[in-house]
Design a protein around this ligand. Structure first.
Ligand code: CP
Ligand code: NVA
Length: 309
């Protein structure tokens, strides 16, 4: 691959503010075309995409596959048992073989190094569909959703409540590019990666706070955001985490403290009654389903961008 020219989509802060905003603008435009029922915009005609999944998925799999198809392309799903990257075959070999057949490689993996290796050896753009470290496509969809509901991401207050995980890292990287107020409220010992927090703070773009006090954190929030307490790969810790995370459930009381303008967001899948109550997820100010739908629209624009279309 002619590195330098080649665009991967691995971390939000690999791009400048203009590029991120342009991708989000494009997402809104292509969404409008698809929503109107128009099926004549087929930029991916004759193109194929390999999708590697080392972990389960509903949204990422269906939104990428459907989005690529609706815009004229063909996507191939490769599940955990198909490629067994790093086990049946080295990542560097997978990258080069798939590059021979496909125009894009999208991958969901455990170790972040696996996506970096794929990108290093592939001759086609690689898109990060979640790693243990980050989830950039999700936060692009979240930004699109916030822009639709509030009018802008810039200047808003986004408060994440829960585990300092991959979702938080992508929010921090977004905050290194777009100016807003990001707060992560998590139990002691479950803070996001220190290096990532430091880099995001040093970028000097956004106000960034890490706290152990969810009630203080959510005051005046535009968005209260939650995610599972035990991510994929941590499910055997779920019972232990339920103990430690007491007090970090987003419930009706916490949303009341946040105030009347606060929307509720969650990347899903959610464990109802654990990190969020049924009442909060079903409330009128919960935008989790438009948020999930926007995965497809944000990713369509990301795919157009990496292909230079
Ligand atoms: N939010 C998200 O990535 O969902 P899936 O795990 O279902 O893809
Ligand atoms: N933090 C969650 C996100 C799922 C979309 C996980 O990694 O399992």
């Amino acid at each position: 691959k002619a590195k330098g020219e080649m665009k991967d989509f691995l971390h939000i802060n690999d791009f400048d503010k203009d590029t991120i905003m342009r991708i989000l603008q494009r997402a809104a435009e292509v969404k409008a075309v698809l929503k109107s029922g128009d099926r004549t915009f087929l930029p991916f005609k004759g193109k194929t995409m390999a999708m590697i999944f080392a972990k389960p998925s509903m949204r990422t799999r269906v939104s990428f596959e459907t989005g690529f198809f609706l815009l004229g392309g063909h996507a191939i799903y490769l599940g955990p048992d198909d490629i067994q990257m790093g086990k049946r075959e080295e990542t560097c070999d997978v990258a080069r073989v798939l590059s021979g057949y496909n125009d894009i490689i999208m991958a969901r993996v455990f170790a972040h190094k696996d996506i970096l290796d794929l990108a290093k050896y592939a001759n086609v753009p690689v898109i990060n569909g979640l790693t243990d470290y980050n989830h950039p496509c999700q936060i692009m969809a979240d930004a699109l959703t916030i822009i639709e509901h509030i009018g802008r991401l810039e200047g808003t207050k986004v408060v994440y409540v829960g585990d300092g995980n991959n979702i938080v890292h992508s929010w921090l990287l977004m905050a290194s590019v777009i100016p807003f107020h990001f707060v992560c409220a998590c139990p002691k010992g479950f803070e996001p990666d220190k290096e990532t927090v430091k880099k995001a703070q040093e970028a000097g773009i956004s106000k960034i706070e890490i706290t152990n006090d969810p009630k203080e954190a959510v005051r005046g929030a535009d968005v209260v955001y939650s995610d599972v307490w035990a991510s994929m790969g941590q499910k055997e810790e779920a019972a232990y985490r339920r103990q430690v995370f007491q007090g970090f459930q987003v419930d009706e009381m916490l949303m009341k403290v946040a105030g009347p303008k606060a929307y509720f967001m969650h990347c899903l899948p959610a464990e109802r009654g654990v990190e969020v109550t049924d009442g909060v997820i079903e409330a009128p100010n919960s935008i989790v389903f438009p948020q999930a739908e926007n995965r497809m629209h944000a990713q369509n624009a990301i795919m157009l961008h990496v292909l230079g279309l």
